[in-house]
Design a protein around this ligand. Structure first.
Ligand code: FES
Length: 65
């Protein structure tokens, strides 16, 4: 599913960026130029990013336990 229509960025692109270390919308802006045109995608991108970071925290915690 597309998150940013202007730049053609999908949820998978955001997931890949999180795996590579992105932890904020600012990181997504730097790496993918997400939100650099109309900015309407930023709110949804924050949700997607938050979900992915929560998954990473869960898997990190499970790996330690
Ligand atoms: S939809 Fe992302 S900048 Fe326009």
């Amino acid at each position: 599913m597309y998150v940013c229509i202007c730049k053609g960025i999908t949820e998978q692109d955001i997931k890949n960026s999180v795996v590579e270390g992105a932890a904020s919308v600012r990181d997504l802006y730097r790496e993918l130029a997400l939100g650099s045109q109309c900015g309407k995608c930023v709110s949804f991108a924050q949700q997607v990013l938050g979900n992915e970071l929560a998954k990473c925290a869960f898997y990190d915690a499970a790996a330690v336990a």
